[in-house]
Structures are given as C-alpha cells and as structure tokens.
Design a protein around this ligand. Structure first.
Ligand SMILES: C[S@@+](CC[C@H](N)C(=O)[O-])C[C@H]1O[C@@H](n2cnc3c(N)ncnc32)[C@H](O)[C@@H]1O
Length: 279
C-alpha cells in the first residue's frame, strides 16, 4: 500500500516536472484538460442542468454515500500550493479573504471562528499559512460526520481546531462566521443564513456562493450529479439586515462555469463573495 502511494507520488512528481518544461500556452492547455477533461476542450460540457424550486423537486443526488466529500477534502488538504519566488501560500478562489478578514478582526484575545462546511479544515491551514499575527485561534468546523472524522484525524495534534456534525447552540459566541462553497449545498440555505446571525459575530463572510438578483433556484451540478442552490441576493441581504448585519463588501469570484445551456435569466456562471458586518 505504502509502496503504491510512493509510486503514485513519484509519477505525479515526474509528470509535473515534464509539464513544467512545456511552453506557457501548452502548460495552460494541460491545466484546462486537468480541470475540465479532454472532451471539454471540444465539446464544452455544461456545468449544471435543470431548474427546480427546491431540493425536494430536484432529482436525488447520484452519489451513493459521502465518500466523494471525504476524497475532496483530502485532496484539498494535500494540494496546498506556494509561490515559487516568495514561498507565500497561493490561495485561489477567493480563499485569501478569510485570512485577511481574520487578521483585521484579531485582538489580544483568541479569535473564535466558525467555518460552516469547512471540510477537513483546509481554510484553517490557509489561515495558519497566510497570517502571522494570529497566535490564538479557536477554529470550529461544522460538516458531515464522515468529513469531520477525516478532519479530526488530520488535526489530531492541534488543539486549536475542532469538528462538529451539527451547528453549535445559539449560546455560543464567535467573532467571525465563515463559509466557502457550502451554503448552496444546504436544503434550506436561507434558514442557515438566519442561523449564522445568532452567534453575535462581528462579521459573517460567505464566499464562493452562487447568487442572482433574479429568482432563486436549484440546479444539478453535472460532475457529481448533486443539487445546489443559486440564492437570491436581496433575500439574503434582507435576512442579514433584520438581524443587524450590513453588507459591507461584495465582489464576484473568479470562476466561469459553462451555463450556456440555460435561458439568459438563469445563467449564473460565477460565484459571489460577501462580507456582512454587525452594525
Ligand atoms: C465544496 S465543499 C467546500 C469545502 C471548503 N469549505 C472549501 O471551500 O474548499 C462543501 C462542504 O460542505 C459540506 N456540507 C454539505 N452539506 C452539508 C450539511 N448539510 N451540513 C454540513 N456540511 C455540509 C460538505 O461535506 C463539504 O465539506
């Protein structure tokens, strides 16, 4: 088993070095094929299919269990990248917003962060790599049981991070609530958003969530055939405002899903990053 893992790592390392020698344009094409598959270069497979009013109305996920989430979480923990010239962490898909926000909120006391859908703690690793002023962190991840089990194994020697299968009780307080690529996978995302306001945090940072100013809808993510929401931005802002949170920062993400198969009013190809501050 160990020999196979070493062999695979060796092959990967060799392939990486080989690709690294190709001219720039070729390297970009290889990266595209790596991310989207060879067929996509010519066929442009769409990223989503269907328009539904709720999770119940959409087909059930084709995944037999949550192993694909554990695999994804493991991959993300192993795939941390660093800049060649400086050694600084490379935090793609807006993941640098958490370290930035946390370092601005940090004070003399430990900063308490709740990460909803935080997988195996990849953003905790990012936080450690990208900040120098955060000596004291209490980082709580909420995720599904199998994913929490992976996280606990990975961080067994680090007391600063913990994993829970359910949202903490409202008696708990946090300084920062964070969620990346996750709100859209909850069956009732607006209920979740409202729950996030219960912990008296100074800031709520939601990143990599698909939003529209038109009607919210559910679509099926084709790569895994799982359901995910596109949320209505005014709905979320209204809930936040009702609970004393103001949208202070808003910016589109840097993804570009292929949604050419949708009618114009349902073409949501990007994700959004939103920071709400307690007024
Ligand atoms: C696409 S991953 C994002 C992981 C990480 N936050 C990131 O940005 O890389 C979505 C995560 O949300 C979790 N998730 C989905 N539905 C959930 C639910 N109902 N309760 C808790 N976690 C959930 C999944 O297990 C998974 O770890």
């Amino acid at each position: 088993m160990l020999t196979t893992v070493r062999k695979n790592k060796g092959i990967k390392h060799f392939a990486k070095r080989l690709v690294g020698r190709l001219p720039w344009g070729f390297r970009k094409s290889v990266a595209f094929v790596g991310a989207y598959g060879l067929v996509n270069l010519l066929a442009s497979r769409p990223s989503f299919v269907g328009i539904y009013r709720s999770f119940d109305e959409a087909p059930r996920s084709r995944q037999k269990n949550n192993e694909y989430l554990v695999d994804g979480a493991t991959l993300n923990l192993d795939a941390q990248k660093f800049d060649d010239a400086t050694g600084l962490p490379l935090l793609r898909n807006s993941h640098s917003l958490l370290p930035l926000t946390a370092s601005m909120l940090a004070g003399p006391n430990p900063i308490r962060i709740l990460d909803v859908g935080g997988a195996g703690g990849v953003d905790f690793a990012n936080l450690l790599n990208a900040t120098s002023a955060l000596a004291n962190i209490q980082y709580q991840v909420v995720d599904l049981p199998e994913v929490c089990a992976l996280g606990r194994r990975h961080w067994v020697n680090d007391q600063r991070i913990s994993f829970a299968e359910a949202m903490p009780s409202e008696a708990n307080e946090f300084d920062l609530i964070y969620s990346s690529w996750a709100v859209q996978y909850f069956a009732e995302p607006l209920q979740l958003v409202e729950r996030l306001t219960a912990y008296r945090a100074k800031a709520i940072l939601l990143i990599n969530v698909p939003f529209t100013t038109k009607g919210a809808f559910v679509r099926m993510q084709i790569n895994k055939m799982i359901r995910s929401w596109v949320l209505n931005l005014p709905d979320v802002e209204r809930i936040m405002r009702c609970h004393g949170y103001v949208l202070s920062f808003h910016a589109g993400g840097d993804v570009d899903h292929n949604v050419d198969n949708y009618p114009p009013e349902y073409r949501v190809s990007n994700v959004s990053n939103l920071l709400f501050l307690r007024a």
